[in-house]
Design a protein around this ligand. Structure first.
Ligand SMILES: [Zn+2]
Length: 373
C-alpha cells in the first residue's frame, strides 16, 4: 500500500493494525514540532524534558488515530462488513473494508463513528487537563493533555468536512444516497465537494506560504491528496457499477469444446491440451456435465498412468465450486476466479454446458472499460 512497506504491529479486537513506512515521517514531524517548538515555547522546559514529553505525546496522538480507525472498524463489523486491516500512513489512518457498506444507514453510522471517537477523546483529554489544573498539578502532566484535546478536536473537525472520501463526505454521500436512492450519483456529488475542498486547501496554502511561511505547505499537500483521492474514489465506484452491470452471460465463451469423461488422459493430452487453445475443458458424461479438467489436474496424475486414467478421474468434480449462473454479475464472479483453482467457471443449463468463463475473460472486459492498469 502507498508504494512503501507496512509493518504489522499487532491485532486489536481481531483486526490487524499496520504502520506504513511513510507514517514514520509524520510521527517524527509531530514529535519534533512538540519537542523543539511547542513544549519549550509554551512552558520553557529543558531540551531533555521537552523531548521526553514530546515523544510520549506523539505516541498518545498515534494511539488516538488508531482509536479513531478502530471505532470505524468496530461499527463496520457490527454492520456485517469485514475489515481487512487498519493502516497508519502519511496522512493519517485508514480502515480498509473488504466491501462497501450495504446501505446509507450503515454508511452513515460507520462514517460518524471515527470522528465521534475523536470527539470523545478530545473531551476526555480536556477533562483531564481541567482536573489537573484545578488541583495545581505540574504542567508536565497537563501540557500533553491540553495538546491532545486540541489535536483530537482538530482531527474530528477535519474529518467531518463534507468531501468524499473524508468521513464527513461519507456522511454527505449517505444522505444523498438515502435521498436519491442512487449510490453512484451520491458518490459523484460527494466526491466533487471533496475535490472542491481539496483545491480550496491548496489555494489557501499557496496564500499561506506567501503570507506566513513554509509551514503552510503541509496544508496544501493534504488538500492536493484529498482532491486526487476524491476523483479516484469516484472512478472506482464507477468501475464497480459498470462491472456490476455486466453479467456472466455477456462475457462467457458460449458452447465451449467439451471432453468426453471416458477419454484417457493420454488422448486428452495429445488431442486437446497439445493441439488445442485451452488449458481447461468441461468434462461431459452421458450428455451431462460432470466436472472440469485442467492441464494441472492431468499433470497431477503420474505420466505412466495416463493411458489407464480418464478425464473424469482427474477432473475437478465439485460442481458447487464450478457452476455459476449466467445472470450473476461478473464483478462477484471475479472474486471466485482470483484463486488458482478451478481457474474457470461453467454456466450450465439443464445439465448441459452452455458457456465457460475464465479469469482472463473478466480481466479483458475490465481492461476494455479502462480500469486496472
Ligand atoms: Zn475517520
Amino acid at each position: 500500500m502507498f508504494g512503501m512497506p507496512s509493518l504489522r504491529i499487532g491485532k486489536i479486537l481481531g483486526i490487524p493494525v499496520e504502520v506504513n513506512a511513510s507514517w514514520l515521517a509524520i510521527f517524527v514531524l509531530v514529535a519534533a514540532s512538540l519537542s523543539f517548538d511547542y513544549f519549550p515555547g509554551q512552558f520553557g522546559w529543558s531540551a531533555g524534558l521537552s523531548l521526553l514529553v514530546g515523544v510520549f505525546t506523539a505516541l498518545l496522538f498515534f494511539l488516538s488515530v488508531v482509536a479513531h480507525e478502530m471505532s470505524h472498524s468496530v461499527v463496520a463489523r457490527a454492520g456485517g462488513i469485514r475489515i481487512n486491516r487498519v493502516t497508519l500512513f502519511l496522512f493519517g489512518g485508514v480502515a480498509e473494508m473488504a466491501e462497501e457498506p450495504h446501505g446509507p444507514g450503515k454508511e452513515f453510522l460507520m462514517a460518524v463513528a471515527g470522528p465521534g471517537m475523536s470527539l470523545v477523546l478530545a473531551a476526555a483529554f480536556f477533562l483531564t487537563y481541567t482536573a489537573a489544573r484545578a488541583v495545581g498539578a505540574s504542567a508536565v502532566l497537563w501540557g500533553p493533555t491540553q495538546y491532545l484535546a486540541m489535536i483530537n478536536l482538530a482531527v474530528a473537525v477535519f474529518n467531518l468536512l463534507p468531501g468524499f472520501p473524508l468521513d464527513g463526505g461519507r456522511v454527505l454521500r449517505a444522505i444523498l444516497w438515502k435521498a436519491t436512492g442512487d449510490l453512484l450519483k451520491a458518490t459523484l456529488w460527494a466526491s466533487r465537494v471533496g475535490q472542491l475542498i481539496g483545491y480550496g486547501m491548496v489555494a489557501t496554502s499557496v496564500f499561506g506560504v506567501l503570507s506566513y511561511g513554509a509551514s503552510f505547505i503541509w496544508f496544501g499537500l493534504v488538500g492536493w491528496f484529498l482532491a486526487v483521492l476524491a476523483d479516484t474514489s469516484y472512478r472506482q465506484q464507477l468501475a464497480k457499477a459498470r462491472m456490476g452491470a455486466v453479467r456472466v452471460g455477456d462475457i462467457m465463451t458460449p458452447s465451449p469444446v467439451v471432453v468426453p469423461g471416458d477419454l484417457s488422459l493420454e488422448e486428452l493430452a495429445h488431442g486437446y491440451f497439445l493441439g488445442g487453445l485451452h488449458s481447461r475443458y468441461p468434462v461431459v458424461s452421458d450428455g451431462r456435465v460432470v466436472g472440469l479438467i485442467s492441464l494441472a489436474g492431468a499433470k497431477a496424475v503420474p505420466r505412466e498412468l495416463w493411458s489407464q486414467r480418464t478425464a473424469e478421474d482427474a477432473a475437478e468434480k465439485n460442481l458447487q465450486l464450478l457452476i455459476v449462473g449466467a445472470d450473476e454479475s461478473a464483478d462477484s464472479v471475479l472474486e471466485r476466479l482470483v484463486a488458482d483453482e478451478p481457474g474457470a467457471l461453467l454456466v450450465v443449463s439443464e445439465g448441459r454446458v452452455s458457456g465457460i468463463v475464465t479469469r482472463s475473460d473478466v480481466l479483458a472486459r475490465l481492461r476494455s472499460d479502462g480500469q486496472f492498469g
